[in-house]
Ligand binder design. Sequence first.
Ligand SMILES: Nc1ncnc2c1ncn2[C@@H]1O[C@H](COP(=O)(O)OP(=O)(O)O)[C@@H](O)[C@H]1O
Ligand SMILES: [Mg+2]
Length: 146
Amino acid sequence: MVSLPFSTTSASAVETERIAATLSARLVPGDIVLISGELGAGKTTFVRGAARALGVADPVTSPTFTVGQRYSAAQPLQYVAHVDLYRLASLEHEDPDLLADYTGAAIVTFVEWPAAGREWLEGLGRVAMRVTLAHLGGESRSIEAA
Ligand SMILES: Nc1ncnc2c1ncn2[C@@H]1O[C@H](COP(=O)(O)OP(=O)(O)O)[C@@H](O)[C@H]1O
Ligand SMILES: [Mg+2]
């Protein structure tokens, strides 16, 4: 298993999915993974690779009309959840149950643009990993996990 902190570069979306799959072997039900990086850095691509490795069969796309989406996963997981807080400046005035469907003891939760909810998320589960992706030009990306 890969130990943290971990740092690498990816040359393609497929490679980012593969790296995400490798890193996902560390995760257990209840874990929360924070994923940071600019638009197009590959956050959703990373979630796709990790979700697949955790037994998600359905196609993983960006949540559009909701703050998150959840997918049936393989035992012992019930769901993989994918949350995107891009549109939220802060969770301060949000419904405390906003993320109730997306976090829990049988769920692994991936959160894009976590800044707005960082403290909140820390109260909802174990933040098991923080991933940062960055553009390095062309299809090249740096990927760091801690
Ligand atoms: N090395 C790479 N890793 C991840 N995505 C890449 C890479 N090279 C090119 N891409 C492309 O960049 C885009 C990343 O989009 P996405 O994963 O939705 O980013 P984000 O969620 O960070 O906005 C996709 O179109 C993907 O195919
Ligand atoms: Mg995205």
